[in-house]
Design a binder for this molecule. Structure first.
Ligand SMILES: Cc1ncc(COP(=O)(O)O)c(C=O)c1O
Length: 462
């Protein structure tokens, strides 16, 4: 047994592998190094990071400016209790305000996306009491802790419910999922029923305090709603006195071409949560930001929330550095150029592979939805397969691509194309050429039809 194999063997014995049966946590790859858009294993093999790890390493690996900022902070003041404040907090707020919509003004800092959403949940319920119900959508993930997981529509919530690790007062609204419209309607003749139904739900449910949405759905599909969707949702929230919470943990940070995905619809939420890309994953930060109106409410009300590591200076030190790097990168025009190329290459894959049902996304945030039959849209796998013993078709394709040197994450129905924003056209080509070959695995089990691939984000020309 090699030294690396021994290290991994010991490690899996003493650590829990996340979101899986532990018998499947046997041989995680030991990653030794990472630079730019590449990660390297113990043997020096190179993999192109086509999902930015967990859609968070948006600026690639070993960014010097961010590392320097963290080192400086570690030397100056690594930690101070949240009852004090630090220059790191001041700088993080200033940097965030320079990219966030103006209406969002008061911040709470934590150390993950799920904590950012737990804070939002508490804020909404305190602010809107006695209303307490929160609407979410089935195609969603909001985090691993009980509140956030209850807001989650994906299979992880279903398992948590069985373990009695969820909270009450959450209801699920229809997804803005044009490829598989829950009302079986077609845009634009649908009248945006997925938004209208939220109005019906709020009125019929009663006691609704807020609705949480991923503006472009992340893990559960890179689903881009129609141009009318968010303006309608904003209006419905205002008319019914319900708060709109945008979870930009994954869709934020220029991944879709704008700082935050909701900006594509010119809508400002009442609360925005983010994490991941806010430090480009160099430190673990969570951000919850509210309007001034909500902030004012807490002048006379206790803000019933906090953590030992809230406002952690070392964590926050990466935020201004990352914001500076995003601005610099966007000014070069590279992400804008490469995202056009990426889109074209993904559409070509859709045209070539029978097993791709829908190609959708924006910027550096795309889904290839795999289907057995394009005509009937019969999927290879469904939601509840996720935690079954079945090997999913998306996993088979991703596994093959990984063996050929491309790290691409998969969900039960889609491949997740989300490379770092620093990726070049040549690096995109390198990854796509490999994925092109790996998709033959799915093609072999797909029904041959003359139905063209669907490109649902194409008719959504925002
Ligand atoms: C949209 C969304 N919200 C919340 C979270 C939870 O973030 P974290 O894993 O940092 O707790 C995630 C994580 O993937 C996410 O994609």
């Amino acid at each position: 047994m090699s030294k690396a194999e021994q290290i991994v063997k010991d490690l899996v014995r003493h650590t829990y592998g996340t979101w899986r049966r532990q018998e499947l946590w046997k041989s995680p790859l030991l990653i030794k190094d990472a630079e730019g858009v590449y990660i390297y294993d113990d043997g020096g093999k190179r993999y192109i990071d086509f999902s930015s790890q967990l859609m968070c390493s948006n600026l690639g690996h070993k960014n010097k400016a961010i590392i320097e900022a963290i080192v400086k902070q570690a030397e100056r003041l690594p930690y101070v209790a949240p009852g004090f404040t630090s220059e790191a907090s001041v700088a993080a707020v200033e940097a965030l305000r320079s990219v966030l919509p103006e209406g969002l003004q008061k911040f709470f800092f934590s150390t993950s996306g799920t904590e950012a959403n737990e804070a939002a949940l508490k804020i909404v319920r305190q602010y809107k009491a006695p209303s307490y119900k929160i609407l979410s959508r089935y195609r969603s993930y909001h985090g691993a802790t009980p509140g956030s997981l209850t807001l989650t529509g994906d299979p992880r919530r279903i398992l948590a419910e069985r373990a009695r690790c969820t909270i009450d007062g959450v209801r699920f609204a229809p997804d803005a999922y044009c490829y598989r419209c829950p009302f079986n309607l077609t845009y634009p003749g649908c009248g945006i029923q997925c938004a209208r139904y939220v109005d019906y739900m709020i009125k019929e449910e009663g006691n609704v305090a807020g609705i949480i949405v991923e503006p472009i759905v992340g893990t559960n599909g890179r689903i881009v709603p129609s141009p009318e969707y968010f303006p309608m949702l904003r209006e419905i929230c205002d008319e019914n006195d319900v708060l709109l919470i945008a979870d930009e943990v994954m869709s934020g940070w220029f991944r879709t071409g704008k700082a935050f995905a909701i900006e594509h619809w010119n809508v400002t939420p009442d609360i925005l949560t983010t994490a991941k890309g806010c430090t480009a994953a160099y430190t673990p930060a969570g951000v919850t930001v509210t309007t001034r109106e909500i902030a004012d409410f807490f002048e006379q009300e206790p803000f019933d929330h906090g953590h030992t590591y809230a406002y952690h200076p070392l964590v926050l030190s990466a935020i201004p550095a990352a914001v500076g790097e995003y601005k610099r990168l966007m000014k070069t025009g590279l992400p804008q150029r490469v995202s056009r190329h990426l889109k074209q290459r993904l559409h070509e894959l859709g045209d070539r592979h029978q097993s791709i049902g829908d190609v959708r996304g924006m910027g550096h945030f795309w889904a290839l939805e795999l289907v057995r039959d394009r005509k009937t849209k019969e999927p290879f796998n469904v939601k509840m397969d996720k935690f079954s013993r079945k090997t999913m078709m998306t996993s088979k394709v991703a596994r093959d691509a990984f063996d050929q040197g491309v790290y691409i994450l998969s969900w039960y129905d889609t491949l997740i194309v989300a490379p770092p924003l620093i990726i070049t056209q040549d690096e995109v080509d390198e990854a796509i050429d490999i994925i092109d070959k790996s998709l033959l695995i799915a093609d072999r089990e797909a029904v041959s039809t003359d139905i063209p691939v669907s490109k649902t984000s194409e008719f959504v020309s925002i």
